[in-house]
Structure formats: structure tokens, C-alpha cells
Design a protein around this ligand. Structure first.
Ligand code: EPZ
Length: 426
């Protein structure tokens, strides 16, 4: 099993380029199932999760290959198979986002239930509610979603759940609605930048979608969608992770090709605790920003509550929690999206942090230092938090089960090494 060794004590200095967003790439690659003709998707990060969605799409009759220039070429060649098997879906729950496109184009889909993961049981009841509202007959049997729908029609759907909007639920219903007769209105839709990116890709293929980025999406079905070229937005969670890395090491780094407008809640919170963050440059062609993040000598504690976009993202909760373990005073962190998403806290406590968990809240009492230790990653963002802790801990930290990290962070060891960190894959 691969492990990552990090030796603490170095300030991060230099510059890092942000890769394409994993959580935009996955639904957009699934959406190429809707296209007639070829699609070329650019700025797709090299991640195991991208490999996983490719492995799901190939058996569904799609030609899909990474090109020399790094872009991914797709072309639907055979629509006879509409099954995504358990063996493939269990590796990545986001595979569930092939449901909508398969229903829209092949009028049937057999997709394994994704199952939960350490951050929660992660049901898909809202996905199924939305697709049923469009007229699909859906049965959940033997661990599979069996869906079919000869006559799907647009409908008005409220897609909010106990934890607010659903990102992939919105993606699934929006994709299905693009090619069916009538107008679909999704109330309490997700507004995440990755959902906006998917909507922009669908519109570029000819879909009629209004309201992307708001809680109300209006989709008017069209006859067909035509393959196109599209470039994925930068990964806001990776960018936020590097802000946290600069903060925790009192570093001074230039984060290139990110989008400040995707991180207002995150930048606001890091400024509140004492990190200096400012836009250095805006690229006129791409609209992307270069941002300087400078850590402070010490940090103020603060309270953080995770919320659906534009609130503070749950995917950066573990990372800011790690910074707060060294802030002076008591910080209260409330998880309103995944109430159990605190697996990283027990590992941080093994490194000398002082965190208590009360239900969906963690109380973090700032300590003077963390000490390196052998730790174990439990999920993608928790593993990023352990790397951050290792950057500043006294001595060496060895992180086991590092495959979690490689799911969502492209060339992360190289990027940290270039910023001056003593880090190596073992
Ligand atoms: C997406 O997952 C992201 N994954 C997650 O990122 C992210 O944490 C999450 O959105 C929230 O922002 C991808 O985009 C591939 P949800 P998704 O449906 O769509 C509940 C990462 O680290 N819910 O928005 O699966 C659910 O349990 C990953 O990159 C229902 O109750 O999340 C959760 O509490 C982790 N019923 C809340 O809603 C449903 O049918 C938000 O989930 C669907 C969701």
C-alpha cells in the first residue's frame, strides 16, 4: 500500500497552478453520453476518479480516450448497453450521474446503487424523486436502480432535501431534462460552480437551460445535442487546499489559474483568521485569477458552518479545521451537509490536536504545535487535511491509504515539493 511521507517545518514558497475541477469533469464526461458526434473536453485533471468514470462510460458504448494534448475525446458508438455494474460503481459513487443521460437517450438505465462512504450514507432518493417526476418508472432491486421511461415529459420538481440542495441530483435531473419533451423546472437546485459548468457545457451542445447558478433551473427539452469542445473550470477545492497549506506553514505562495468568485466564503473565512489573500492578476483571455496567499504569524479562532454553495463548502471543512487546531482560542465547526464528516479529527488528535465532537459539531481548542505521527487517510478531503498537518508538525508524518488523495488531487506530491516541502511517496 502506497504511503506519503511529509517532514514538517518548511514554509511554503513559490507558485502552484490549479488543475481542472474533478467535480465538474465527472458530470461533464457523463453528459457526453447525450451528444451526437464528438466532444473534446479540455483541462480534465489526471485523477483516479476520472479513470473511474472512463471505465464506466466505455461499456456504455462510448469511445473515450485521453489525447496527446491532455484533452479527452468522446464519441458514442453503440447504445445497446445501459448497465453500470456494481464492480465499477462501488469504486466511485459519482458514477450515479450516468443515470440521467442514459434515461434521456436510451429510455432505460440499470445502475448499481452507489453505497455510502465514510462521510455519510449518501442516499440518492432525491435523484430518483426527480427522475420519477419526469415520468420514469424506477425500481430499486438487488442493489440496482432499474429505470425505464418511454414517454418522459418535463415537470416541476422541488429537489431540496434535509441538507439543502443536491449537487449530483441536480446534475442528473438537469441532464435528463435536456432531451425530453416539455419544460422542466427544478426548484431548490444546486448552485455550485460545477453545476454551472455542466449547464454551460450542455448549452454549448444546444440545450436550453436558464437559471444556472440560481436555485431555480428552467430546462426546455430539445431534439438533439451536438458534440462540442469545452474546457473545465479550475478546481476550487484544490485552490482552497493550497490557501490552507500556505496558512498553516506561514507561507507565501502564488496560486495560479483559479477563480476567486468560486471561493468568496472560503477567502472570507481565511481572512477572518488572519491569512492575507489578494488577487495579483486576471487573465483577460481565460478570466482566471492569480492569487497570493500569505500566512500570518498566528491565527484567530473562528466558527465555521458548512452549507451548500455559496456557503462554506463541506469539501474544505477538514482543511480549515486543520489550520484551526493551531489557532489561539476555541473554534466551533458545524457540518450541515455531512454531519459525520469528522473522521480526520481523530487522526489530528493523534498528532497533538485537541478536538471534541458533539453530534455534527466539532469543538477545536487551539494547541501550540502538532507532532508528526503515522496516520491513516479515510476519505479524499480528510487525507488532504493530514498532509496539511504533516506540513507543520514537528518531525515526520507518514500517511497510509494515500490512494484516497490521488482520487482528487492531481500530482499533489510534486506540487507540494515544488513549493519547498520535503515530501515523498513511499
Ligand atoms: C457532491 O456530492 C460532491 N461530489 C461532493 O464532493 C460534495 O461533498 C457534495 O457534492 C456536497 O457539496 C461530486 O460532485 C462528484 P449532494 P453529491 O447530493 O452530489 C444529501 C469530494 O470530496 N442527499 O450535494 O453526492 C447527502 O447525503 C466529494 O469531492 C440526500 O439526502 O452530494 C448530503 O447530506 C465528497 N439525498 C447532502 O444531501 C439525495 O438524493 C448533499 O449531498 C442526495 C443527497
Amino acid at each position: 500500500m502506497k504511503k506519503l511521507m511529509v517532514r514538517g517545518g518548511r514554509r511554503l514558497e513559490g507558485e502552484v497552478k490549479i488543475s481542472g475541477a474533478k467535480n465538474a469533469a465527472l458530470p461533464i464526461l457523463a453528459a457526453t453520453l447525450l451528444a451526437e458526434g464528438e466532444c473534446v473536453i479540455k483541462n480534465v485533471p489526471y485523477l483516479t476518479d476520472v479513470d473511474n468514470i472512463i471505465d464506466i462510460l466505455r461499456p456504455l458504448g462510448m469511445f473515450i480516450e485521453r489525447q496527446e494534448d491532455g484533452s479527452i475525446l468522446t464519441r458514442v458508438e453503440d447504445d445497446s448497453c445501459s448497465t453500470a455494474t456494481y464492480e465499477l460503481v462501488k469504486k466511485m459513487r459519482a458514477s450515479v450521474c450516468v443515470l440521467g443521460p442514459l434515461l434521456a437517450t436510451r429510455k432505460k438505465a440499470r445502475v448499481s446503487l452507489p453505497g455510502g462512504c465514510v462521510i455519510g450514507i449518501r442516499p440518492i432518493d432525491l435523484h430518483l424523486k426527480g427522475l420519477r417526476a419526469l415520468g420514469a418508472n424506477i425500481e430499486v432491486i438487488h442493489g440496482y436502480v432499474e429505470a425505464e421511461g418511454e414517454k418522459l415529459r418535463g415537470a416541476e420538481i422541488f429537489l431540496g432535501g434535509a441538507f439543502g440542495s443536491t449537487v449530483l441530483g441536480t446534475a442528473n435531473v438537469m441532464m435528463a431534462a435536456t432531451l425530453i419533451e416539455g419544460t422542466t423546472i427544478i426548484e431548490n437546485a444546486a448552485c455550485e460552480p460545477e453545476v454551472q459548468d455542466l449547464a454551460n457545457f450542455l448549452r454549448k451542445m444546444g440545450a436550453k437551460i436558464e437559471g444556472a447558478g440560481t436555485h431555480r433551473l428552467v430546462i426546455e427539452g430539445v431534439e438533439k445535442l451536438t458534440g462540442t469542445t469545452y474546457s473545465i473550470i479550475p478546481d476550487r477545492i484544490e485552490a482552497g487546499t493550497f490557501i490552507a497549506a500556505s496558512a498553516i506553514t506561514q507561507g507565501d505562495i502564488l496560486i495560479k489559474d483559479m477563480r476567486i468568485d468560486h471561493l468568496h466564503a472560503v477567502i472570507d473565512k481565511f481572512r477572518e483568521i488572519g491569512v492575507e489573500i489578494r488577487k495579483v492578476r486576471e487573465n483577460p483571455e481565460t478570466g482566471l485569477h492569480d492569487v497570493r496567499a500569505r500566512g500570518g504569524k498566528s491565527y484567530q479562532s473562528c466558527d465555521v458552518a458548512t452549507l451548500p454553495y455559496p456557503g462554506f463548502p463541506t469539501d474544505l471543512q477538514a482543511q480549515i479545521s486543520t489550520v484551526l487546531t493551531l489557532a489561539s482560542g476555541i473554534s466551533v465547526i458545524t457540518e450541515k451537509v455531512y454531519p459525520d464528516r469528522f473522521m480526520h479529527m481523530s487522526e489530528l488528535n493523534r498528532m497533538g490536536a485537541s478536538v471534541r465532537k458533539e453530534g455534527n459539531t466539532a469543538i477545536v481548542l487551539g494547541v501550540d504545535f502538532l507532532s508528526g505521527a503515522p496516520v491513516m487517510a479515510s476519505d479524499l478531503r480528510a487525507s488532504a487535511a493530514l498532509v496539511l498537518a504533516g506540513l507543520v508538525a514537528r518531525g515526520e508524518t507518514v500517511i497510509d491509504r494515500i490512494y484516497h488523495l490521488e482520487r482528487g488531487y492531481e500530482k499533489i506530491a510534486d506540487k507540494f515539493a515544488k513549493l519547498g516541502v520535503e515530501i515523498k511517496m513511499e
